[in-house]
Ligand binder design. Structure first.
Ligand code: UDP
Ligand code: MG
Length: 160
């Protein structure tokens, strides 16, 4: 990474975004994918997936001791989820902004949770909270052959 890139926080990162079972059931898949697409991030992995309990527990292992943990695992395994890997400059923090606060009632209008949800326990989408967790979660949810390396034609029009 060059000094210029570090100064301007222009690091290419990857993040794991997941549409939770309520988002799939409520028909919000297209709407949610659209927001990341329109922003200008690059989709590198995408699948509809029924999450095994063990994987949900591993994904949320930092929350193991929380009282809501069993309900969270039931929620995430209650139906298919949409697993996505997205890449871009500053994508981790930017995706968190697009998603909005954990409690949808505190999430700003214009964010996914602010526009589309009302409760923490049904907040429709997940996004990695750090570049390290982005890498960890993508490795957890995708096999190697499921990720694509490609050059969107719009890239020269998005990044100078
Ligand atoms: N969660 C919950 N009750 C809480 C806090 C969190 O059910 O009091 C769920 C909620 O689905 C949230 C997930 O656990 O999205 C992970 O919590 P975290 O604090 O990591 O929030 P996030 O990073 O998803 O905003
Ligand atoms: Mg989190």
């Amino acid at each position: 990474a060059s000094m210029v890139n570090i100064l301007f926080q222009e690091e290419v990162e990857e993040t794991y975004i997941m549409i939770k079972p309520d988002g799939v059931q409520r028909g919000l898949v297209g709407e949610i994918i659209s927001r990341f697409e329109k922003k200008g991030f690059k989709l590198t992995g995408l699948k509809l997936f029924e999450c095994p309990k063990e994987l949900a527990e591993e994904h949320y292992k930092d929350l193991q001791s929380k009282p809501f943990f069993p309900k969270l695992i039931d929620y995430i395994t209650s139906g298919p989820v949409v697993c996505m890997a997205w890449e871009g400059i500053g994508v981790v923090a930017s995706a968190r902004k697009l998603i909005g606060a954990t409690n949808p009632l505190n999430a700003e209008p214009g964010t996914i949770r602010g526009d589309l949800a009302v409760q923490t326990g049904r907040n429709v989408v997940h996004g990695s909270d750090s570049p390290d967790n982005g890498k960890r979660e993508i490795a957890l949810w995708f096999r190697e052959g499921e990720l694509c390396t490609w050059m969107p034609v719009q890239e020269p029009w998005l990044i100078e």
